[in-house]
Design a protein. Structure first.
Length: 194
């Protein structure tokens, strides 16, 4: 960063954030640099987050998405009903007769595998939410800085207009004063000539 841009950053940090350059967080510094450079700060945090995900993480998200869907619930319910009905109808020749011990084993194994996978997906979603929240903070901070800068510009324009108005009024007062003085001088000259 050049000396000029560093000075601008320091001035902006003190003006808009009430902090010195050393007290700025990395996020605040980035927002100020983006605002000063008039660059966009927005980005698609979902895409940024998903680009960094591994195959295992994407698989956990897929399993969690399918495991929490109506498709899974309905198909799983149909499979359980078919298993129970099939084993009840076959009675003596059933591969898993009542009390369905093998079915209980399968359901326990499914729960043992599915629960950690869903937890991994939830942890990833929480990390994604933190990234989105951080980005929202940066965008809001930049918007506040830009609004304050706009207020400064509007105030400066107003002050310039007031200065011009006062200068014009002073010119008019000077003209009126000269006119009155001229009129008084003319009236006094006419009064002496009589």
């Amino acid at each position: 960063m050049t000396d000029t841009s560093s000075e601008i950053l320091i001035t902006a940090a003190e003006r808009f954030l009430g902090k010195g350059e050393k007290a700025l967080t990395q996020s605040e510094r980035q927002v100020l640099e983006q605002a000063i450079g008039k660059k966009a700060l927005s980005r698609d945090t979902s895409t940024v987050f998903d680009e960094k995900s591994t195959l295992g993480q994407r698989l956990a998200d897929g399993v969690a998405a399918f495991g929490g869907s109506w498709t899974f619930l309905i198909s799983f319910g149909i499979a359980l009903a078919a298993w129970v009905l099939g084993n009840l109808l076959l009675r003596g020749e059933a591969p898993d007769p009542y009390p369905f011990i093998f079915l209980n084993l399968l359901l326990s194994m499914l729960a043992a595998v599915q629960a950690p996978v869903i937890m991994m997906s939830q942890n990833r979603q929480a990390a994604k939410d933190r990234l989105v929240t951080s980005h929202d903070y940066e965008c809001n901070l930049k918007a506040e800085i830009e609004i304050m800068a706009l207020h400064d510009k509007v105030d400066q324009i107003r002050n310039d207009d007031l200065k011009q108005l006062i200068a014009k009024q002073q010119e008019q007062i000077d003209l009126l004063t000269r006119l009155v003085e001229s009129h008084i001088a003319t009236a006094a000259a006419k009064g002496e000539s009589k």
